[in-house]
Design a protein around this ligand. Structure first.
Ligand SMILES: Cc1cc2nc3c(=O)[nH]c(=O)nc-3n(C[C@H](O)[C@H](O)[C@H](O)COP(=O)(O)OP(=O)(O)OC[C@H]3O[C@@H](n4cnc5c(N)ncnc54)[C@H](O)[C@@H]3O)c2cc1C
Length: 342
């Protein structure tokens, strides 16, 4: 007899801003599809949960990205993110539909919302995960037990966490760790509109004004080419910017460089920064500490410049230059310019 017979399916919170779903929701739906394919006999579905105002037209998009079903709450109270209303709606959805697993992106919003909901329903939550599997040994007992892996002890170890005693099994998962499957417009699915019973419609917090933070360049998680500044290249930032500009890319940095005050935290890559997956990552004067590598190792091509031939970064680099950034980088920029002019 299954331990939790009333709980079924993998639910994914599809975060949106101004009606535009964030990619992480679709990355998680793609991964959830892979997970349900490993338990075909359990007939698990992937269910997207979309909260917002005027978001109904996005339901088909969620299905095209791999959901079998979408639960929507469309309400003006959900126009902008509010812990109060989002947590109220999500808690009621979970109580009503009883998901076996519930995944959200480990974004600022997801990290705020998921623990609040988990506490309300007394569910276990694994935060900031980088890998999810289903324990195949439990499937015969009718259980789809999630194995959720996340970095621990400062990123030097990975711990796998299970929630065997409560449902749903909740997890927040970092953006960019999973691939987003291609859109399939031919997919069809069920769309359910859910109407929560608001405990109160009076906001506990009133937003007086929203001021967008000025970002230099584009969001590094969306950049196709990144040139990374490490402590060994702090004096070469202008050349690095030039290199990035010539390649049509962006500049990012290690935590050391951010802490030294040379770059903004917005462009920090790594365990406590952002996860990036560009097609090209040029690591300049970066040692290759695990906490940094965790955020960029899935780049398609990694080129490292470091004067220390033993630097850890060379272990994950596809190509490496052993040398001084001051000397190697200007040569590289010259070659890029020549190649562009040719
Ligand atoms: C809990 C925790 C979370 C963390 N999170 C992050 C994170 O999110 N992101 C992150 O990046 N770090 C993070 N760190 C810090 C991380 O452990 C490293 O300290 C950091 O990544 C090192 O940055 P770095 O490679 O720029 O500097 P260093 O380790 O000082 O390396 C500098 C490198 O530059 C080389 N070098 C020096 N001069 C030159 C030159 N002229 N030419 C060529 N090469 C040169 C050196 O050989 C060296 O390899 C975290 C640490 C902890 C404990």
């Amino acid at each position: 007899m299954a331990k939790f017979p009333d709980y079924k399916d993998i639910y994914v919170f599809v975060e949106q801003k101004n009606g535009e779903p964030a990619e992480v929701g679709y990355e998680l739906i793609s991964e959830a599809r892979k997970l349900v394919s490993t338990i075909p006999n359990m007939d698990y579905k992937v269910v997207g949960v979309l909260l917002g105002d005027n978001v109904k037209d996005k339901a088909e998009e969620v299905i095209a990205h791999g959901a079998d079903k979408v639960i929507i709450v469309d309400d003006p109270l959900l126009k902008d993110y509010s812990t109060q209303f989002y947590a109220d709606a999500l808690t009621q959805i979970i109580k009503e539909f009883k998901p076996d697993s519930f995944l959200t992106g480990a974004t600022v919003l997801g990290r705020d919302l998921a623990p609040r909901v988990a506490a309300r329903i007394n569910a276990g939550l694994t935060a900031d995960a980088t890998k999810i599997d289903i324990d195949q040994d439990k499937v015969a007992d009718g259980e789809a037990l999630l194995l959720v892996t996340r970095p621990t002890f400062g990123g030097n170890l990975f711990g796998t966490i299970v929630c065997p005693d409560t449902r749903p099994q909740m997890a927040t998962i970092r953006p960019k760790v999973f691939d987003m499957a291609p859109i399939d417009e031919t997919r069809t699915g069920e769309i359910i509109e859910f109407k929560p019973e608001w405990e109160s419609t009076t906001p506990q917090v009133e937003i007086m004004e929203t001021v967008a933070k000025a970002l230099e360049g584009v969001d590094i998680t969306k950049a196709n080419i990144l040139v990374g500044v490490g402590r060994g290249a702090e004096h070469s930032i202008e050349t690095i910017k030039e290199c990035a500009k010539e390649l049509g890319g962006e500049v990012c940095a290690t935590r050391a460089v951010v802490e030294d005050g040379f770059m903004d935290k917005d462009v920090q890559v790594g365990q406590t920064g952002k996860t990036v997956r560009p097609s090209l990552y040029i690591a300049c004067g970066i040692s290759g500490a695990v906490q940094h590598v965790a955020g960029m190792e899935k780049s398609d091509m990694i080129i490292a410049i470091n004067r220390d031939p033993e630097a850890e970064i060379f272990k994950i680099a596809n190509m490496g230059f052993v040398g001084n950034v001051d000397e190697v980088l200007p040569l590289l920029v010259e070659e890029i310019k020549k190649a562009k002019a040719a």
